[in-house]
Design a protein around this ligand. Structure first.
Ligand code: CO
Ligand code: CO
Length: 314
């Protein structure tokens, strides 16, 4: 691996984005993400993919500045108008984020894929890492979980219209407001919940800290209907990989519902921020979030030093 002392967050720490220090008061944050459509509406798919691409910058406490389109398009089998709608959706989110589109690249491919590479700024002393948690912190999650399950239901053709609308809205919501608000509080660590699910990303938060997390099961915000869908078997394949990967440190209580583990390992698309904050300030931060429309935000757990690097659900 090439070395450079100005690379302050690199590939080793499985953090949300890479950070490169330019000067004592400026660092560059870089991230890239793209994927295949998860909803049928190309305009909404563009919005979701863009919102998802910005999320890692927000999770690091940074401000996204420039973006580049990444496009894979089956030009021989798909109407070009579909691509236009995808790009238009992405552009709307780019504009909402206060970002400029600096360019991009497209290739011919068998399957449509879209996303962004994003560059942002952060003060080198204000970077929010994922594993800088402190003992006794409380954890706030800003979006409900279950997008992987609902997307599986959508793919199967069984989702109700209001469920499609709700999950589309939550996935296309930028983590910008949540990030802007948390920067005014003594937040110790932050990450965004994406492919590894809540339990998977929480595992990354405790790595190397000697600390653990206890989650309060009944406080975890869920998208309406996901428990029932999980019990019917609408569980994406990624859930099982996530469980296999982290099962040794994730512990459920005897009272845990049968399908609950499917929810906390459910791979999220454009999920919320998981914020670790000094417990005396947690209520104030939560109130500020809910006052600004982040209405499903909830205090869902606490950092503890009593069981080593383990995660408990109780
Ligand atoms: Co992330
Ligand atoms: Co990422």
């Amino acid at each position: 691996m090439p070395q450079d002392s100005n690379l302050i967050v690199g590939i080793e720490s499985s953090d949300d984005a890479g950070v490169y220090k330019i000067s004592d008061d400026l660092a560059l944050i870089q991230t890239v993400d793209f994927f295949t459509p998860i909803v049928d509406d190309p305009y909404m798919f563009g919005q979701i993919a863009a919102a998802n691409s910005f999320s890692d910058i927000y999770a690091m406490g940074g401000i996204p500045k420039t973006a580049m389109n990444i496009v894979c398009f089956p030009s021989k089998t798909m109407e070009i108008s579909i691509l236009r709608d995808v790009i238009r959706g992405g552009l709307d989110k780019i504009r909402e984020a206060g970002v400029v589109l600096a360019g991009g690249h497209s290739i011919d491919d068998n399957e449509l894929k879209y996303g962004l590479s994003v560059t942002g700024f952060v003060h080198p002393d204000k970077i929010l890492r994922n594993n800088s948690i402190n003992n006794n912190d409380l954890l706030i999650l800003t979006k409900p979980i279950g997008t992987g399950i609902i997307n599986t239901v959508i793919k199967g053709g069984f989702a109700k219209e209001h469920e499609i609308q709700y999950v589309t809205k939550t996935m296309s919501t930028l983590n910008k407001t949540a990030s802007d608000i948390m920067k005014n509080f003594p937040v110790s660590a932050c990450t965004d919940i994406t492919g590894f699910g809540l339990a998977g990303h929480a595992s990354e938060m405790i790595m190397g800290t000697g600390l653990g997390i206890t989650f309060f099961e009944c406080k975890i915000p869920l998208i309406e209907g996901v428990e029932e869908y999980a019990s019917m078997g609408f569980v994406p394949g990624g859930t099982y990989n996530n469980k296999d990967f982290r099962s040794s440190i994730v512990n459920f209580s005897d009272n845990t519902g049968t399908y609950f583990s499917d929810l906390v390992f459910d791979p999220q698309t454009s999920g919320g921020l998981l914020i670790s904050i000094d417990r005396h300030n947690a209520d104030m931060l939560l109130n500020e979030l809910t006052d600004h429309g982040i209405d499903r935000a909830s205090i869902i757990g606490e950092v503890t030093d009593s069981h080593g690097e383990n995660i408990f659900f109780k």
